[in-house]
Design a protein around this ligand. Structure first.
Ligand SMILES: *Cc1c(COP(=O)(O)O)cnc(C)c1O
Ligand SMILES: [Zn+2]
Length: 461
C-alpha cells in the first residue's frame, strides 16, 4: 500500500518502503512516501479523527502524529515509535495580530515548542524512528543546526532503540540545543565548517557506515511533519485558514505542509488549499533568490533547474556562507529545495526574506504576548508582517504562523536583545546589522536599599 517514489515525474521510479534511501538511485532526485489510497483505510471525514480523543490512554491516540496514522500509513501499528510528540497548541494572538497589522482574532500561532525536545522536529523524528525500527537500524545520524540533533538524541535516549550520532558545524549553535544533545548522550561530532559542510559529510559517512540518516532528506520524516497541518485544521474546527506562514531552512516543513494539503484535497477531505508563505532570513535567502528573483518554478516537475546549480556555483565563487541570528535557518543549500518548489506550486505560495532586526523585534512581540519562541521561529511573524504591509495578506485573512521552536532554546539571543548596550549588540550575538532593540525590557538597576527599591517599583510599575 505504501511505497517510495521519485518526485521527478519523468523518472517516477518506485521503491519498497523497506529500502533505506536518501535519494533516487536512478536520477538522484528526492523521494516521497506515496500511497495507494484506494487500499488504505482513510476516514470519510477529518472529523472522524475526533474519536481518538476519547482513547488518550492509548499512546498512539495520544500522539499528535499517530492519531492521524491513517494519513501516513507506511508502518504497522506495532512498529510505531512515540514519545508523546505533537501535544501542541494553536493559540490566537491579538498581540501579534496588532503587530503585523491584522484584525483581532485573525492571527494564530502554532506553538511547536511544546514538543518533548522543544521543537517541531519531534513530529518528523517519530516517523523516521518508526521507519528505522522497521528496517532494524542500530545507529542513526544527522547534521544539525541544533534542533534535529536534540530531537534525535531524545528519541534514542528514551527508546534505547538506536545510538545517536550527530554532526554539528563550527557555526552558530545555541546552547539550549547543544545541551540537550550532550545530556541525552548523543555521540557529538563537531567538524570545522558550517551546516552545509556538515550536511555533505553526514551523507557520505552514513552511506559508508550504513547508519540511518534522519535529516529531512529522509522522506519518512516529512510524513510525520504533515501532522502539524492536521492539528492546525483540528484546532480550527477543520476549517482551512487563508495562510500558513513558516520559516524556511532546509525546507522540510514547507515541503511536508504542501504534501499534507495536496493529499487532503485529493482525498476530498478539504475543499481548498491555504496559501503558503515561506520566510527566509536575509543572510540565508537561497529560496527567496531563486523563487522571487530568478523565477525558478516547479512546473509540475518539468522545470529546468539549471539556474539552481548556477546559483550555487555563484555562492561558491563568492565564498558566501549563510549568516543569521536565526541559527535554525542558517542554511544556504536547502536539501528539500525541489519539494518546496512543488509545495509552493500546490499552495500558490510566496517567499519573503526578513532581516535579523525584523526577526528579533518580531520575536520580542511574540514573547510579549506570552509563549515566546526562538529566533528562527519569529521569521514567520516578521514575514507575515511584511506580507501584510505589502497587502498580499489582507487584514481579515486568517493567518497561521508556525512557531517552530521553544522560547528557551536560545536564551543568549533573548537576553542580549533585552539587556545589551546597542554598541555591543552585534558582537554579543555574533551577527551584523541589528541596530536597536525596539521592544527591549531592560532590567532596572537599584542599590540594595529598601526605600530605593520601593521608589523604583513605584516609578516603573
Ligand atoms: C529546523 C528548524 C527550522 C527550519 O525548518 P526546515 O524544515 O528545515 O525548513 C526552523 N525553525 C526551527 C526552530 C527549526 O528547528
Ligand atoms: Zn528518480
Amino acid at each position: 500500500m505504501a511505497f517510495q517514489q521519485c518526485i521527478d515525474p519523468r523518472c517516477a521510479a518506485t521503491y519498497a518502503v523497506g529500502e533505506v534511501l536518501v535519494d533516487c538511485p536512478r536520477c538522484g532526485n528526492l523521494l516521497d512516501v506515496a500511497y495507494d489510497w484506494s487500499r488504505a483505510a482513510v476516514p470519510q471525514s477529518l472529523r472522524s479523527f475526533e474519536k481518538k480523543w476519547t482513547q488518550r490512554r492509548d499512546p498512539h491516540a495520544l500522539s499528535g502524529v499517530w492519531r492521524f496514522h491513517e494519513l501516513l500509513p507506511f508502518a504497522p501499528p506495532d512498529a510505531i515509535v512515540t514519545v508523546g510528540e505533537g501535544q501542541t497548541l494553536l493559540q490566537p494572538s491579538d498581540t501579534v495580530a496588532r503587530y503585523i497589522g491584522s484584525q483581532p482574532g485573525c492571527v494564530y500561532l502554532q506553538y511547536e515548542g511544546m514538543n518533548p525536545s522543544g521543537s517541531f522536529k519531534d513530529n518528523g523524528m517519530s516517523a523516521a524512528f518508526t521507519h528505522a525500527r522497521c528496517v532494524g537500524a542500530r545507529r542513526a545520524a544527522c547534521a544539525s543546526t541544533g534542533n534535529t540533533s536534540a530531537s534525535l538524541a531524545l528519541y534514542c535516549a528514551v527508546t534505547r532503540l538506536m545510538r545517536a550520532v550527530i554532526f554539528i558545524g563550527s557555526g552558530k549553535i545555541s546552547y539550549g540545543k547543544l545541551s540537550q544533545a550532550l545530556e541525552y548522550g548523543a555521540l557529538t561530532v563537531q567538524i570545522t565548517g558550517d551546516f552545509d559542510d556538515a550536511m555533505a559529510r553526514v551523507k557520505e559517512v552514513t552511506s559508508e557506515l550504513g547508519i540511518y540518516l534522519v535529516n529531512s532528506v529522509n522522506p519518512f520524516r516529512l510524513e510525520g511533519q504533515k501532522t502539524i497541518m492536521y492539528r492546525v485544521l483540528e484546532a480550527l474546527n477543520w476549517e482551512v485558514p487563508d495562510w500558513i506562514v513558516v520559516p524556511g531552512g532546509n525546507l522540510g516543513n514547507s515541503s511536508s505542509f504542501g504534501k499534507a494539503f495536496y493529499e487532503l484535497k485529493q482525498l476530498g477531505l478539504i475543499d481548498r488549499i491555504p496559501r503558503l508563505a515561506v520566510i527566509n532570513a536575509d543572510g540565508a535567502d537561497t529560496l527567496y533568490e531563486l523563487y522571487e528573483n530568478r523565477g525558478v518554478r516547479w512546473e509540475q516537475g518539468l522545470a529546468d533547474l539549471a539556474p539552481v546549480c548556477q546559483y550555487y556555483d555563484e555562492l561558491d565563487a563568492k565564498k558566501r556562507k549563510a549568516s543569521t541570528i536565526a541559527s535554525a535557518i542558517e542554511i544556504n543549500r536547502p536539501v528539500n529545495l525541489n519539494k518546496c518548489l512543488r509545495a509552493l506550486e500546490w499552495c500558490e505560495g510566496v517567499v519573503r526574506r526578513v532581516s535579523d532586526q525584523e526577526i528579533l523585534d518580531a520575536k520580542a512581540q511574540v514573547g510579549a504576548g506570552g509563549i515566546g519562541c526562538e529566533p528562527a521561529s519569529a521569521a514567520s511573524v516578521a514575514g507575515a508582517r511584511l506580507l501584510r504591509q505589502e497587502g498580499e495578506i489582507a487584514a481579515g485573512d486568517r493567518v497561521v504562523c508556525i512557531l517552530t521552536g521553544h522560547q528557551l532554546k536560545d536564551p543568549t539571543a533573548t537576553v542580549a536583545y533585552h539587556t545589551t548596550d546597542q554598541a555591543e549588540f552585534n558582537q554579543v550575538l555574533g551577527v551584523r546589522g541589528v541596530r536597536r532593540a525596539s521592544f527591549a525590557n531592560r532590567a532596572v538597576a537599584v542599590p540594595n536599599d529598601l526605600s530605593e527599591i520601593i521608589k523604583a517599583i513605584q516609578l516603573y510599575s
